[in-house]
Design a protein around this ligand. Sequence first.
Ligand code: ATP
Length: 343
Amino acid sequence: MLEVAFRHRFPGLSLDVAFSAPAGITALFGPSGCGKTTTVNAIAGLMRPDQGRILLEGRDLTELPPQARRIGYVFQDARLFPHMTVRANLRYPARWRRGAGRDFDRITEMLGLGHLLGRRPANLSGGERQRVAIGRALLSDPALLVMDEPLAALDAARKSEIMPWLERLRDDTRLPILYVSHAIPEVLRLANTLVLMRQGRVTHAAPLTDVLADPDLAPELGPREAGALISARVVGTESDGMIRAATAGGEILLPAMPAAEGRQLRLRILAHEVILSREAPRGLSALNVLPVRITRMRDGLVQLALGDERMLAQVTPRSAKALDLRPGIACHAIVKSVSVLPS
Ligand SMILES: Nc1ncnc2c1ncn2[C@@H]1O[C@H](COP(=O)(O)OP(=O)(O)OP(=O)(O)O)[C@@H](O)[C@H]1O
């Protein structure tokens, strides 16, 4: 666990930053200039905040020099040593840090680097170079991994190539990973925890699913992005190939895809893809109608309880009035489309 609480004054901006990052990926998200890099620099020991404390697994980092903090870094550009092979790059941290380099085989296997060990960075793709950079950071025996826009320099194809490796890293290690990003798709797919920053302050820090289902916060991610992430489990395949999946509020049909029974999925349901009806609808082309209860409403966004999970629907003030929508009432959520994220 990383626990950050510090204040700092620059001539143009006062920072007051406080959040915790548990194991898994914590995304630091906010507009340009809100203080993300400054926060990372304070954690790394590259700047000294006016006041505050930074604790990593209960260890106070505040007085430690950067090299003693046990933080592994991955930047936008891989920053590998060009004259060294991949193996030598990966072995590099073990030259100067005791305890580093221990899990060489496990980490190279986890990141799929085995067949690249003899190559030099110039002969790797951008995605492969980033994987080596991640491996090198992990082999420095870190207690925290900081990734500052690690995919920003990659094209879309390379981004989707490296994403599953990042998911594996998130799921296979118990490390807290601080992930700075502007990109909503990356945050949605990777983050467990979301820290929203604005003008030098943390406005919210919460599990990603809570932020996405909160009508007060969801708009901060962008007007078209409001919508929840819910979990589901594959229970069967229909004769036409469509997948039946169980959610907290009942079964849902998903587009055909190869999916074994029992597989866990994460479903992204955008607020503007959900229609609400007070009556059970009939004669609709939409396949998925879920029983829900309204829990909160704010500015055209309605939060719905689906069993013990929450989702969002977007409604116009006119429809909200016509249907007399208010917290506490039961209704039916007609879900026009669902996207499935790997889990
Ligand atoms: N060394 C400095 N001296 C004075 N002001 C600074 C200094 N470093 C940062 N700032 C101020 O702090 C603000 C936040 O900078 P920071 O780089 O942390 O933002 P950011 O959220 O990482 O932005 P971006 O997403 O564009 O990288 C800057 O706009 C600037 O006003």
